[in-house]
Design a binder for this molecule. Structure first.
Ligand code: FSO
Ligand code: SF4
Length: 556
């Protein structure tokens, strides 16, 4: 195996032993590479098919859901990937057949152009497939040039994040054509030998631009389905009923579970990235959506053990475990874990069937209390802009000196205490804008407020980083500034997995410069590409909380 897609990668170079730091086995890592190689093969035909007027939404969705399943901590199940690789070949050959027929009809001759091996490969039996995967087919080490590998990794990881957000949006909108077409075009470009380094650099930037569009799409879809997020106090204590703990990012899954648990004597709690569900009017009206239990994803071993009831994973981050609570785990969507029951996809127009998890919850004790009180969130772009006059006044009067955007991911490394330290070190005239699970590093500190504006404004999930960008663009307009970088805003982003890569590319595509990225710069950046990003965008590694706070407050 060789995997370097997340911030925990071994020695900040690549996981290349029997299993990754995340617990992913070498076999699953190799199968994921082979699967992605197959998705590139489908994309090669999809780009050609587009030229003769063929587009199939289901092919786009297969690719998006497939890439999503290869994100860090989403799917650890070898059987899922063996199944998906074979299904991918069938999808590819179906599309290829359609293209051949349309091509012949249009040109009067058979198509005879050259295509890369991933567009024609046949898996044979399961054993052949495993041998092919173990040979490293489709893996990063097949690319000799480190800068080419780095640019392709930056693109692919951005596409993975885009796929996750597109998959969530698609569950609501049932249409994501522009994003799906871009995914296929970009995947095909990654196996196109004629692309120069400049082409690949441009593809990275285009991925960021499409990232903004994808997050906007998800923002609109969530708002249309569940209302505009509003400022909300969320209970972090527990009730007396047994409960189901829901984690991940999929609001449709949560809504269906809430419907099916109505009047069942079972409460529903959010965990980690599901916390922002409480900010949506349509979801918060369910009285048995009781509160948020525990902290960020990496503390799930502790939180899920004391929760007592079953837990549902609607997306990453899942931590592989053999602990007792494993018997109470359920996965759905792109998530998978060997031997853990998987709740199948909904039929067209129907709902997922959560009866097994509800039945189990009824046999469980209520959750053990970890803490009491409330945390406040729901500061999406429309809520913050509703406070615009107050915010602008506070900036003009000097009551707010600076905004620090601290969105992104949380994680288990000790070095991430930096983000708690930054929050503590910030002077009282600084306000934190956050989104993503990174917020758990400081969202339970008592940071107070500035004239009624809380000093930690939580916009929502990591995809709601879009909201933070909208707020910045609105403030730029309100202050009449030509350059977004002249705003009193600094970016101190924590990354862990590939959705954060997309968020970073999206911010860069909006022209935001001087972003601090930590706890380490990505291991998949070659020295040459890291230098190019630093030169073009002034990206900075983090240093110490003290030094960085001083620099940010001084406008650097
Ligand atoms: Fe966190 Fe995990 Fe949202 Fe990520 S739960 S780390 S960027 O998957 O998705 O913020
Ligand atoms: Fe290693 Fe991260 Fe890949 Fe897991 S996802 S194998 S920790 S680089």
């Amino acid at each position: 195996m060789f995997c370097h897609q997340c911030q925990e990668t071994m020695k900040n170079t690549g996981c290349n032993m029997k299993q990754g730091m995340c617990g992913k086995s070498a076999e699953v890592a190799d199968l994921q590479d082979l699967f992605i190689w197959g998705l590139k093969g489908i994309s090669v035909w999809a780009v050609k098919a587009k030229e003769v007027g063929i587009y199939d939404d289901q092919v786009g969705f297969f690719i998006a859901k497939g890439l999503f399943s290869t994100i860090t901590n989403a799917n650890f199940d070898r059987e899922d990937f063996i199944r998906d690789i074979k299904q991918g070949v069938a999808v590819r050959d179906g599309l290829k057949g359609q293209f051949f027929a349309a091509y012949k009809q249009k040109n009067g001759t058979d198509f005879s152009g050259a295509v890369p091996e991933c567009a024609t490969w046949i898996p044979g039996n399961d054993q052949d497939l495993l041998v092919k995967a173990a040979s490293g087919a489709g893996g990063w080490l097949e690319i000799a040039d480190e800068d080419e590998r780095s640019l392709k990794a930056l693109t692919l990881y951005g596409l993975k994040g885009m796929s996750a957000y597109a998959e969530h949006a698609y569950q609501i909108t049932k249409s994501c054509r522009e994003v799906f077409e871009f995914l296929m075009e970009a995947l095909a470009a990654l196996v196109d030998d004629t692309k120069s380094q400049e082409d690949l650099f441009n593809l990275v930037i285009k991925t960021g631009e499409m990232g903004v569009k994808t997050m906007a799409l998800l923002d609109a879809a969530n708002t249309q389905a569940y209302g505009t997020p509003e400022i909300t106090k969320v209970n972090i204590g527990v009730g007396k009923n047994p409960g189901i703990l829901v984690t991940g990012h999929d609001l449709v899954d949560l809504e269906e579970l809430l419907e099916q648990t109505k009047d069942q004597g079972v409460d529903v709690y959010t965990h980690s990235e599901m916390l922002p569900a409480h900010y949506y009017p349509k979801l918060k009206q369910y009285s048995h959506l009781v509160g948020n239990y525990g902290s960020a994803w990496w503390l799930q071993k502790e939180d899920m053990a004391t929760f007592n009831g079953p837990s549902l994973f609607t997306s990453n981050c899942l931590v592989p475990t053999k602990a007792d609570y494993r018997d109470k785990l359920f996965t759905t969507g792109a998530v998978g874990f060997d031997g853990v029951p998987h709740i199948p996809d909904r039929e067209e127009g129907g709902q997922k069937d959560f009866s097994a998890i509800i039945a189990m919850a009824k046999t469980c004790a209520p959750p053990q209390e970890l803490e009491t009180g409330q945390i406040t969130g729901g500061f999406g772009h429309s809520q913050v802009m509703a406070l615009a006059d107050k915010v602008i006044e506070a900036v003009k009067s000097g009551a707010i000196k600076r905004f620090i955007v601290m969105g992104g991911c949380d994680g288990r490394h000790k070095t991430r205490d930096y983000y708690t330290q930054v929050a503590k070190e910030l002077p009282e005239d600084a306000v934190i804008l956050t989104a993503g699970c990174a917020k758990y590093k400081y969202n339970k500190l008592d940071m107070g407020d500035i004239g009624g504006i809380p000093r930690v404004l939580d916009a929502g999930q990591c995809n709601d980083s879009y909201s933070l960008a909208v707020i910045a663009m609105e403030l730029q307009k309100a202050f009449g500034l030509d350059d977004i970088n002249d705003l009193p805003i600094s970016f101190d982003i924590a990354w862990y997995e590939q959705k954060a890569v997309l968020v970073l590319l999206a911010l860069l595509s909006l022209g935001i410069k001087g972003i601090r990225l930590g706890p380490t710069l990505p291991g998949f950046l070659s020295p040459g590409i890291a230098a190019a990003l630093i030169e073009k965008f002034d990206i900075k590694p983090i240093t110490t909380a003290k030094e960085d706070v001083a620099a940010m407050m001084a406008g650097h």
